[in-house]
Design a protein around this ligand. Structure first.
Ligand SMILES: Cc1ncc(COP(=O)(O)O)c(C=O)c1O
Length: 439
């Protein structure tokens, strides 16, 4: 059952620089400085706990929507559900922006979109190596189909010919904050190589498809404003070539997600207004103001939910071995990104004072794998068992990548607004893990 606990979240502190600390610019720093709040959330819900700020989530959506609105007359934001598919979070965004659609990559994500009140005709479905049953579900749902390959089209033909098709273009290059999340280029498993894309649309056209989109998702976590214009130019060169050679028109062009957030202290936020103003100019240079200009679609995940979430964890053990370890009740099963990509997340001790001695430590969980690290070589205030820490920027690819290795149940999730905290997913129990076993 969803519980509602009313607590006071707003509080006043002097600015951090007046307290003699370095100014911390993280948008949720004010929340984790409220140690009374963090302790009361620990008491009410336990740890590890994913905490989302409704305020930050909607601020992110608003900023992105305004940047698009200022530069494009036709656009569509498809929130990438893979980043976080909790239907309550999606519903909050949908209620705020009624035109919001979803980017789905599995039947489960299509289901999550529906639970959140997003109609499937507002969704784009981008699978890869799609099984016939995945294609059947996506086809039947009436969503916008975005195929990963020509072979996907041949599988789809056995099910039916949709009125509209999009293909995911691999333009031959990509960019991501790690090689593992660079999703285009010669080493990426995704998309139709640019050399084959004309043939892909030719097949679709002659099979009877008469509406078209084109999509390209080239990587995640990009903070360089100059990358997006370069990507869009490559995409639009391809669009124009296909339009000319096949005499077809594109209704939409999706540049996927990839809009980064600053995970590191020394990174600056992406200037999203500049990104879309530059993209708007490029669109105009290709299509003018004509009525046949395709709509610009985007599929942001990280940008919307990433910095709206924190993971609250408790110190369970401290070990002084060849190096010093702070052991937490969160591990790679709770937050995969550090073990998967060596991703960096800021970690703060709750209730820390400036004059605490700092040690160099690795953060680990309770998992029987040596890759079970949440952070390495961090200068961190001296800590003891029972202390709380906040792991920042865990709203995207946090819970959605969590799993049950070592038979650890997945954590609870809550959302905070100005006055209250609401449980939006119960903590999994050990029994839940075994509920499908036939004994
Ligand atoms: C097809 C597609 N669209 C959108 C996204 C979301 O990317 P991001 O979280 O970088 O915005 C992804 C992420 O992998 C993706 O594969």
């Amino acid at each position: 059952m969803i519980g509602l606990i009313v607590i006071i979240i707003h509080f006043k502190l002097p600015p951090a620089n007046l307290l003699g600390r370095t100014m911390n610019t993280h948008p949720l720093y004010y929340l984790i400085q409220n140690s009374n709040l963090m302790r009361s959330l620990e008491k009410d819900y336990g740890t590890p706990l994913y905490i989302y700020s409704e305020k930050r989530l909607l601020e992110n959506l608003d900023r992105l929507n305004n940047a698009l609105k200022a530069n494009f007359s036709k656009y569509h934001i498809c929130y990438a559900l893979k980043a976080n598919s909790n239907p309550v979070l999606i519903k909050k965004m949908k209620n705020y922006l009624s035109s919001l659609g979803a980017d789905c990559s599995s039947p489960g994500e299509l289901h999550a979109a529906k639970l959140a009140g997003i109609d499937t005709n507002e969704c784009i479905y981008t699978g890869n190596y799609e099984s016939p049953s995945d294609l059947q579900i996506a086809f039947d749902s009436g969503c916008h189909l975005n195929l990963d390959d020509i072979s996907s089209f041949h599988r789809l033909k056995k099910i039916g010919i949709p009125k509209e098709i999009s293909y995911r273009l691999n333009p031959g290059f990509g960019r991501g904050s790690f090689p593992q999340i660079t999703t285009a280029g010669k080493k990426a498993k995704f998309g139709v190589p640019k050399e084959d894309i004309l043939e892909a649309y030719r097949l679709a056209k002659y099979a009877g498809v008469n509406k078209f989109g084109l999509q390209c998702m080239s990587g995640s976590g990009v903070l360089d404003v100059n990358y997006f214009p370069a990507l869009l130019t490559a995409i639009l060169d391809t669009v124009v070539e296909i339009q000319t050679k096949l005499e077809i028109r594109f209704d939409y062009v999706s540049i996927g997600g990839g809009f980064g957030i600053p995970y590191h202290e020394n990174e600056s936020p992406l200037d999203i207004e500049t990104v879309f103003s530059d993209l708007g100019k490029i669109f105009k240079s290709y299509f003018g103001d004509g009525k046949h200009t395709p709509a610009l679609w985007i599929e942001p995940g990280k940008y919307l939910v990433g910095d709206a979430g924190i993971l609250l964890s408790k110190v369970t053990g401290i070990k002084k071995s060849y190096i010093t370890y702070i052991g937490l009740d969160s591990g790679m099963e709770t937050l995969m990104r550090p073990a998967l990509y060596n991703a960096y997340h800021r970690i703060y001790k709750i209730g820390s004072s400036d004059n605490e001695k700092k040690l160099t430590v690795d953060f680990t969980g309770r998992i029987c794998e040596n890759t079970d690290r949440l952070a390495t070589e961090r200068h961190f205030p001296n800590s003891k068992e029972g202390d709380l820490v906040a792991i920042m920027d865990t709203g995207a690819y946090g819970f959605s990548m969590s799993h049950n290795f070592n038979t650890r149940p997945r954590p609870a999730e809550i959302i905070l607004n100005d006055k209250s905290s609401t449980l939006i997913r119960q903590r999994e129990s050990i029994n839940d893990i075994f509920k499908n076993c036939i004994l």
